[in-house]
Design a protein around this ligand. Structure first.
Ligand SMILES: [Zn+2]
Length: 254
């Protein structure tokens, strides 16, 4: 099916489409370092490309909106060039976007998140939209958090993977190969990496961590040299299937 991408339309086309749109989809990314492996728009480009595939699946039921290119990247500020929003700014930004789309008659808004650091603010924003503004809004991941359970030991991937590692880079190879550098590097993961995993001391809570001290000296986890488009394709197809299940639920329940 044809995807309906707001960035690429003119207003008479949008006006004709709006009565059929059931869900606005807003990709959200970041302007954040991804080690020596992928560029600053990694999360944004990945989320936007993923949303365009959702648009092809659902046709005129979905309006694919332009991405939010900045996010919550406070923990990466030690790396040159990372730009973060304050959570309070970001939450207001997300709300303004949803309120504007809703004013045009779109009944529901789904934020599709390419960057884990945005999740807690997205959670606040969708609650504020629902309970302070009466707008149905939702958010979902689309990256390694969604497909990580399908990584098998036979693949030989690093245990401490995720950001700028083989898992994220493999998905980039499928969705936005232009962000991937030719020469890929292993992450300089700190020995007592504390952020995720069974033994993480904050597994059931959280802390304001600093990426360069608590996760990786060169900004990357895992080993991006193991990234490949074949695994990327399989895992991304699984992520699409799972997010489509979320959208099917939204469209049939609300
Ligand atoms: Zn990322």
């Amino acid at each position: 099916m044809r995807a309906y991408i707001l960035d690429e339309m003119i207003h008479p086309e949008v006006a004709a489409l709006l009565p059929k749109v059931q869900l606005a989809v807003v990709p959200v990314g970041s302007c954040e370092q991804h080690g020596p492996n992928t560029t600053y728009n990694t999360d944004t480009a990945r989320a936007y490309a993923f949303c365009k595939l959702l648009g092809e699946h659902y046709g005129e039921k979905l309006l694919i909106c332009p991405p939010v290119t900045y996010g919550i990247s406070i923990h990466h500020m030690a790396f040159a060039g990372t730009v973060t929003l304050r959570p309070e700014t970001y939450i207001e930004l997300l709300k303004d976007i949803a309120i504007a789309l809703h004013k045009h008659g779109i009944p529901r808004i789904l934020f599709v998140n390419g960057h884990g650091g945005n999740a807690s603010s997205l959670n606040v924003a969708v609650h504020a939209l629902k309970y302070a503004h009466g707008i149905d809004a939702y958010y979902t991941g689309m990256g390694f958090g969604v497909f990580d359970d399908a990584v098998t030991p036979e693949m030989g991937w690093s245990e401490k993977r995720g950001h700028a590692s083989e898992s994220e880079t493999s998905q980039c190879m499928v969705l936005c190969p232009e962000v991937v550098r030719e020469e890929l590097h292993k992450g300089e993961v700190v020995e007592d990496f504390i952020i995720r995993g069974k033994n993480a001391p904050f597994r059931y809570g959280g802390m304001a961590f600093q990426w360069e001290r608590d996760a990786s000296a060169n900004g990357a986890l895992g080993d991006a040299r193991l990234a490949n488009p074949e695994d990327g394709r399989r895992l991304n197809d699984l992520a699409l299937e799972r997010v489509e299940r979320t959208i099917d639920y939204i469209l049939s329940h609300f």
